[in-house]
Design a protein around this ligand. Structure first.
Ligand code: G3D
Ligand code: MG
Length: 225
């Protein structure tokens, strides 16, 4: 244990290790899973491959990063909120070529941003699929998502990065975006981490209370029989 701590200390030139949890969100087919795979490709030696709902762990400098790739189907979106309390920041992937679904994308983003466990936390917007013909450019996406209004309402730091999760040249942009997100989380780390600690504790308490109440209901039903 002591050896491990010493090693971490030396490796990071005295900077403490920081655990950062991120959620990668966006509609189904936006390119979330491909994006996570592309990030993993940048750090092949540090990757623990995971499937489906499992978190992906990787190391980025002084950060131990966990990414929740939660799936974006309409029904799964209802589950996202259960993971929000744990997150220090959000990666939101947009399919820039799917103009038809921009309204749905905007509504989904707006809902995420106003959730009490997300509001104010840093957001990396990945304007993905830039390799596709007809892909909207950054300024158009900012308009479609009404980003300026959302920033005013929810007061969060964001960066929008045009990218393509399937093109090697464009993948670099994703890595750069992730570095920005980690740096931004890092700057406000104590505050964000305290919020994560408090929110997750509250959520656990809430879930425990719910379990106790349910057990009590079951007990009463059995008694009355
Ligand atoms: P999701 O996890 O958000 O649901 P996926 O999305 O990562 O599964 O990607 C959905 C489809 O979009 C996949 O194609 C994937 O290859 C493709 N895709 C992801 N990113 C890009 C991109 O930047 N450019 C292009 N052209 N395609 C991309 P399939 O055919 O497997 O469904
Ligand atoms: Mg997926």
């Amino acid at each position: 244990m002591l050896m491990e701590s010493c090693w971490n200390f030396l490796r990071n030139s005295g900077r403490p290790e920081r655990k950062v949890t991120l959620a990668i969100l966006g509609l189904d087919n936006a390119g979330k899973t491909t994006t996570v795979q592309s990030i993993q490709g940048e750090n092949p030696e540090d990757v623990c491959p995971t499937v489906g709902f499992s978190p992906v762990d990787l190391k980025q400098g002084q950060y131990d990063v966990t990414i929740f790739d939660l799936g974006g189907g309409e029904h799964i979106r209802g589950m996202w909120k259960h993971y929000f309390s744990e997150c220090h920041g959000v990666m939101f992937v947009v399919d820039s070529s799917d103009v038809q679904r921009m309204k749905e994308t905007k509504d989904t983003l707006a809902k995420v941003l106003r959730h009490p466990c997300i509001t104010g936390k840093p957001v990396l917007l990945l304007a993905n699929k830039q390799d596709k013909e007809g892909a909207l450019q950054e300024a158009d996406i900012v308009d479609h998502l009404t980003l300026k209004t959302l920033v005013k309402l929810n007061k969060f730091r964001y960066k929008i990065v045009p990218c393509s999760a399937v093109m090697p040249i464009r993948k670099k942009a994703i890595q750069g975006g992730l570095e920005w997100l980690l740096k931004t989380v890092g700057r406000g780390y104590n505050t964000i981490n305290e919020r994560v600690r408090k929110d997750t504790a509250e959520q656990r308490e809430q879930e425990e209370k719910y379990r106790r109440e349910r057990a009590e209901r079951v007990r009463k039903v059995r008694e009355d029989r």
